[in-house]
Design a protein. Structure first.
Length: 194
């Protein structure tokens, strides 16, 4: 970034007058907020903007993702030129920024809490997937219904349910529903339907 004599004098004059006004007891919080907004505006001007589609439901709202020079996303907003949402977003779409790597509270590892325990343990993915598979198998072995009250062959499990995500394509959704039906599940639903 090139600093000119004019911008140097402008910044140093602003800082000097800010220090002088603060010493006199004048509240500069509005000025500080304005300055913070200017730096964000400059950051947005230099950003690379990419358009994409929200992954949460079958509507397909348009998003604009702003990335800085390092490629990190720092802002996601609705695309005003998109014919479906025209810049507006629902609560899930507006909160999609919280799923990015910027969110310091996003889970990055598997945490497990044993029954009746008050402590979380860190586990690896292989242990977690094996545990899920074991619990599903044990439940199916215990609760599999072969015949209903009328004596008809039903082959189903009513104690396991599957709630699908809208973050997957139609093909992945079809594959998951077939896999669930193959396990005998009848309580199958999908987020996009709800």
């Amino acid at each position: 970034m090139k600093i000119t004599r004019r911008s140097f004098l402008s910044v140093s004059g602003s800082i000097g007058s800010g220090v002088a006004l603060t010493a006199l007891g004048i509240d500069l919080s509005a000025l500080k907020a304005h300055a913070a907004g200017l730096s964000k505006t400059d950051r947005i001007r230099r950003a690379k903007q990419s358009t994409t589609i929200c992954c949460y439901c079958s509507v397909g709202c348009g998003l604009i993702c702003s990335t800085d020079m390092t490629g990190k996303i720092f802002n996601i907003e609705g695309d005003p030129d998109h014919p479906i949402n025209e810049g507006s977003l629902c609560a899930k779409g507006a909160g999609i920024f919280g799923l990015t790597e910027v969110n310091q509270h996003r889970l990055r590892k598997v945490l497990y809490r044993a029954p009746k325990s008050d402590k979380w343990e860190e586990k690896d993915w292989e242990w977690s997937l094996n545990r899920i598979a074991r619990l599903v198998k044990d439940t199916r072995d215990q609760d599999f219904i072969t015949h209903n009250e009328k004596g008809e062959l039903v082959n189903r499990v009513e104690t396991i349910g599957h709630y699908g995500t809208s973050n997957i394509s139609n093909e992945e959704c079809w594959t998951l529903s077939i896999a669930c039906r193959a396990m005998g599940l009848v309580n199958i639903d999908h987020q996009a339907r709800v």
